[in-house]
Design a protein around this ligand. Structure first.
Ligand code: SD4
Length: 337
C-alpha cells in the first residue's frame, strides 16, 4: 500500500516536473504580433515597425489596427456597411499588460475608435463609453467628427440590402475570392458582413497587449453591440499567461466569454491553438451543431512563450503572423465543422 502510494506520488511529481520544465525551456519568441483575417498582413507591418524598434505592445496593437480602420479595401471603420437604418456604428477595445482596458461601442463618425478606446483607458476612470457619450468624449479629446456619409461601396451594398431588408449573417464572407482577397463581388449583393480586426502582440520586454476594432455585423439592428468592445469576449489579455482575440458572430462569443475562456485554458497549460479549439467546441456545445453550421467564429491566441494559434468553426478563417522582418504570413485557422 505504502509503496503504491509512493509510486503514485512520484509519478505525479515527475509529470509535474517534466511539464513545468517543458514550459520553462520552451523557446521564447518575441516580439511577435498576430491578427485576424487577410487585412492582418498590412496591420502587422505597422505593428512590427514599432515592435522591432523596441516599442511597446500597446503602441503596436493600436497603430497596427489603425491601418485597417483607415483602409479603403476593408470594411473595418467608417467605410463599412451600415446598420439597418443606414448608420455606420463602430465598436473597439484595447487592453494592456496590467489589466488596464478601455472600449467604445455604438460610436459614430469617428475614424479611429481604437484610439478613443485607448483614451478611455488612459484618461477616464471607466472602461467603456458608448454612443453619444463616447462621441462627445472623443470630440472633447480632439478627434474630428467626420461627415455622416456612407462610402460608395457601402451605399451600393445598403441599397441592395434594402430590397429584402433581411438580416442574415453569412459565414466567411471576407474570403470569397481566393488568397488575400476581400469580397468585392459580394458588395453587389449586400452580403459583406464581417468587418473586424483583432490583434495581439508581445513586445521585446515580454509584455502583452491586444486590440479589436469593428463596424460589427452589417445591417444589424440599430444599437446592436457585438463582442469586440467587451473585455473577456472579443479581447482579453493576462500578462502572466497570454492574450486572445475573437472574430465572427459576436453574440456567440459573448455567450461563452470567449477570449477570457481561451486565456484561462492556456493558464491550465493548453497550447494557444488547443485553447482556441476548446473555446470553439464550447460554442458548438452551447448552440448545437446545426445552428453552429450557420455561423462563423474564430479565435487567435498567443502565450508568454510567443507560441501562437488559431481555431474556428468553419473553413475559411485565417490570421496573419509576424515575428521577424521577413516573417509576416497568413495561416489558415484549423476548423471543426
Ligand atoms: C461582431 N465579432 O460585431 C464582430 C464581427 C466580426 O468579422 O468579427 N466580423 O460581432
Amino acid at each position: 500500500m505504502q509503496r503504491r502510494k509512493f509510486l503514485a506520488l512520484s509519478s505525479l511529481s515527475l509529470s509535474t516536473i517534466t511539464f513545468s520544465s517543458f514550459k520553462s525551456i520552451a523557446p521564447i519568441r518575441k516580439p511577435i504580433v498576430i491578427s485576424t483575417w487577410d487585412a492582418g498582413i498590412e496591420a502587422n507591418k505597422a505593428a512590427w515597425q514599432i515592435l522591432r524598434n523596441g516599442g511597446t505592445a500597446l503602441d503596436a496593437v493600436e497603430q497596427g489596427v489603425m491601418v485597417t480602420e483607415s483602409s479603403q479595401n476593408c470594411c473595418v471603420g467608417l467605410g463599412a456597411n451600415p446598420d439597418r437604418d443606414g448608420f455606420v456604428t463602430l465598436d473597439a477595445s484595447i487592453m494592456d499588460h496590467q489589466f488596464n482596458c478601455g472600449s467604445v461601442a455604438f460610436l459614430e463618425r469617428i475614424k479611429h475608435p481604437i484610439s478613443v478606446a485607448r483614451r478611455v483607458m488612459e484618461k477616464t476612470p471607466h472602461v467603456m463609453l458608448v454612443g453619444e457619450g463616447a462621441q462627445q468624449f472623443a470630440v472633447a479629446e480632439g478627434f474630428k467628427l467626420e461627415e455622416k456619409k456612407l462610402s460608395s461601396e457601402a451605399e451600393k451594398s445598403y441599397q441592395n440590402w434594402l430590397k429584402k431588408s433581411e438580416y442574415k449573417p453569412i459565414i466567411n464572407i471576407e474570403r470569397t475570392k481566393g488568397e488575400n482577397a476581400f469580397a468585392p463581388n459580394k458588395l453587389e449583393t449586400g452580403e459583406w458582413n464581417h468587418d473586424t480586426i483583432g490583434m495581439i502582440a508581445m513586445d521585446g520586454n515580454g509584455n502583452l497587449s491586444g486590440s479589436c476594432t469593428t463596424s460589427g455585423a452589417g445591417f444589424k439592428m440599430r444599437g446592436r453591440v457585438g463582442d469586440s468592445p467587451i473585455i473577456g469576449a472579443g479581447l482579453f489579455v493576462d500578462n502572466e499567461i497570454g492574450a486572445a482575440t475573437a472574430t465572427g458572430q459576436g453574440e456567440d462569443v459573448i455567450r461563452i466569454c470567449g477570449t477570457h475562456l481561451v486565456v484561462e485554458l492556456m493558464r491550465n497549460g493548453l497550447h494557444p491553438e488547443e485553447a482556441c479549439k476548446k473555446a470553439v467546441e464550447r460554442i458548438i456545445k452551447a448552440k448545437g451543431i446545426e445552428k453552429s453550421k450557420q455561423i462563423q467564429v474564430g479565435f487567435i491566441a498567443i502565450n508568454k512563450q510567443g507560441e501562437y494559434g488559431g481555431y474556428c468553426l468553419q473553413k475559411g478563417f485565417n490570421f496573419a503572423v509576424c515575428y521577424a522582418d521577413d516573417k509576416n504570413f497568413l495561416e489558415d485557422g484549423k476548423y471543426i465543422l
